[in-house]
Design a protein around this ligand. Structure first.
Ligand SMILES: Nc1ncnc2c1ncn2[C@@H]1O[C@H](COP(=O)(O)OP(=O)(O)OP(=O)(O)O)[C@@H](O)[C@H]1O
Length: 570
């Protein structure tokens, strides 16, 4: 009980304990609080003592043997003692410890070092401790209002680890509270929680409430996490009971209403803070942990300006204070308005939609690019084939021309055909001098000589009888027309006595039809058709000349005036 009394004296103001006792009216409550405070103090002493032994009293000069909670925090907040202790336990765990300058005069709040210095130390310490697998704490736990119990737990776990290394036995860690510290949520929740409690204190400060809260805070910060949660619940119950204790029944609904309003405001503020933290975390990623933690706007500054002992028992004052808290909560109200949060969410949603659209457009463009690429490849292949075909076309054409004309030569360069015209009208009863016709031979009856009839046979390339059509006659000489366009000279002419049918064969009758047109028209028609067929490869020009040879005179039949006789003068 002596140790208990000492610890209680260090941790709890007697007035607080008295106030808690008076307001709660139960000895049991204060006993529990005192016991917890004693346990917390003992563990803190244990941790401080081990640290001093481990790093030496010179290094741990700022850490008393039996430090108060504040002394404990100030002695460790630069991280030098912690880092050195860890290096003793685990040599080389922290390669570089940022030491404090000896000429620096450390003020009461321990801010002699720059923030980054103790931040680097503490961060390196926490990372190393976490790597070992020991429980860690939050950086904010070494600030005012932080949960020092976590720091104590961490140090005692390190102590156990050190002892287990020394003895070679595995010592179960009984102080595990945070095996992997969160760098965002809990930290800010802690701040908000403090602000919330301060608001309540400021709004409803009566001496008993202050005392209860001070006792509760002292207990809360020095107990383990489970105990803390339980204590918070109990403190809220006590707070509410105390608040409503001396109130008239008709005042209670209004008080409860004002409390609920505050709770809602607090909740919204926390949600906004959490959302902002998440946004920053998304933007910076892991960079969040690598930078010094910057505390949120100190919402308790307003409440700190309110004197703790100031009594406002009047309900109107309470209500006014509640609303003034909402107004004066400057940073939170300005930075984390619900409207701003909605706007940010809306912008994020739109950005996401734009990203989705951009992604779909990109994929569409990529598909189009692939499709175009495939099409171009196909076209290229076809073009290559066509190019090869075009380059080989003239060669093939030449080969074809040569082969074709060789066939014509084999058929004979000079071909003679015989055509027998039918009897003209009015000659039906006349006797024919043709004795017989075969495909290539015609037999003519010769006049009687010396009283004896005779016949004579003639052979031609082909013999056409009276029934032969214009088309049949032309089909035998049609291949020669193509030879003209291959560069060969061709001559087709008719020979025979007057009235034998030369004009009819070469040109046709007086009244022309498709079937009756003669060789000239058909040949010209073929020439123009072949020219059209070879339009893309060969260009032909046609010239026509018509002459007459009569009585040893040559005349140009297409000359309308001037000299029509040979030699022609153009
Ligand atoms: N194969 C035929 N079928 C029907 N009628 C024909 C045929 N051959 C010639 N004739 C007719 O015979 C007549 C004489 O023919 P055509 O004028 O062609 O003879 P020609 O040899 O040109 O004579 P010329 O040397 O005097 O000019 C014409 O009336 C013609 O219509």
């Amino acid at each position: 009980m002596v140790a208990t009394a000492t610890a209680t004296k260090r941790e709890l103001d007697p007035a607080v304990a008295e106030g808690a006792l008076r307001n709660h009216g139960t000895v049991k409550d204060i006993d529990v609080a005192a016991r917890r405070a004693q346990e917390a103090a003992n563990r803190r002493y244990d941790a401080a003592s081990w640290l001093r032994r481990t790093v030496g009293i010179v290094c741990a000069r700022d850490l008393p043997e039996e430090p108060s909670q504040e002394e404990f925090r100030l002695g460790l907040r630069n991280g030098i003692v912690l880092c050195n202790a860890l290096n003793k336990v685990q040599p080389g765990a922290i390669p570089k410890v940022v030491e404090a300058r000896t000429d620096t005069v450390m003020p009461a709040d321990g801010s002699a070092l720059c923030a980054y210095q103790y931040f680097e130390n503490l961060r390196n310490f926490l990372v190393s401790v976490q790597d070992i697998g020991l429980p860690t704490f939050e950086l904010s736990d070494l600030e005012k209002g932080g949960k020092g119990v976590r720091v104590v737990d961490c140090i005692l776990a390190l102590k156990s680890f050190s002892e287990s290394k020394t003895t070679g036995r595995q010592t179960p860690c009984k102080y595990g509270s945070i095996t992997k510290p969160s760098t965002s949520g809990k930290h800010f929740i802690l701040k908000n929680s403090d602000a919330f409690m301060n608001k309540l204190m400021r709004s409803h400060t009566t001496e008993p409430i202050q005392k209860v809260l001070i006792a509760e805070q002292s207990i809360e910060t020095d107990c383990c996490l489970e105990s803390t949660e339980m204590t918070t619940s109990e403190s809220l119950n006590m707070l509410v009971r105390t608040l409503l204790l001396d109130k008239k029944p008709e005042e209670i609904p209004l008080i409860v209403e004002s409390l609920l309003i505050k709770v809602i405001q607090e909740y919204e503020c926390r949600a906004a803070n959490q959302h902002l933290v998440n946004c920053i975390g998304d933007l910076k990623g892991s960079d969040l942990f690598s930078r010094p933690e910057k505390p949120l706007p100190e919402k308790t500054s307003t409440s700190n300006r309110v004197k703790m002992g100031e009594e406002k028992p009047n309900l109107l004052k309470v209500t006014e204070e509640v609303s003034s808290v909402g107004r004066n909560d400057d940073c939170a109200a300005e930075q984390f308005q619900p409207g701003a949060e909605i706007s940010i969410e809306l912008q994020q949603k739109r950005i996401q939609e734009l990203r989705n659209s951009l992604s779909s457009v990109k994929s569409g463009m990529e598909q189009l690019r692939i499709q175009y690429s495939e099409d171009f490849t196909k076209i290229g292949r076809q073009l290559y084939i066509l190019s090869n075909a075009a380059s080989g076309y003239h060669k093939v054409l030449e080969d074809n021309r040569k082969l074709y004309n060789q066939i014509q030569d084999l058929k004979g360069n000079i071909r003679v055909y015989c055509r027998v015209r039918p009897f003209l009208p009015g000659q039906a009863n006349s006797s024919s001098s043709v004795a017989g016709m075969e495909e290539r031979t015609i037999t003519i009856i010769t006049p009687a000589k010396y009283g004896k009839d005779g016949s004579k046979s003639f052979t031609f390339n082909k013999v056409f009888g009276p029934a032969a059509t214009q088309e049949e006659v032309f089909s035998d000489m049609q291949p020669l027309i193509r030879s003209v366009l291959d560069g060969f000279n061709v001559c087709i002419f008719a020979y025979g006595q007057t009235g034998s049918g030369k004009t009819y064969t070469m040109s046709g009758p007086n009244v022309l039809s498709e079937e009756s047109v003669g060789v000239n028209y058909r040949a010209l028609n073929d020439l123009f058709n072949l020219k059209a067929q070879r339009k893309g490869t060969i260009n032909y020009e046609f010239f026509v000349q018509m002459i007459e040879i009569y009585n040893e005179q040559v005349r140009d039949l297409l000359q309308d005036s001037g000299n029509r006789r040979y030699p022609f003068l153009y």
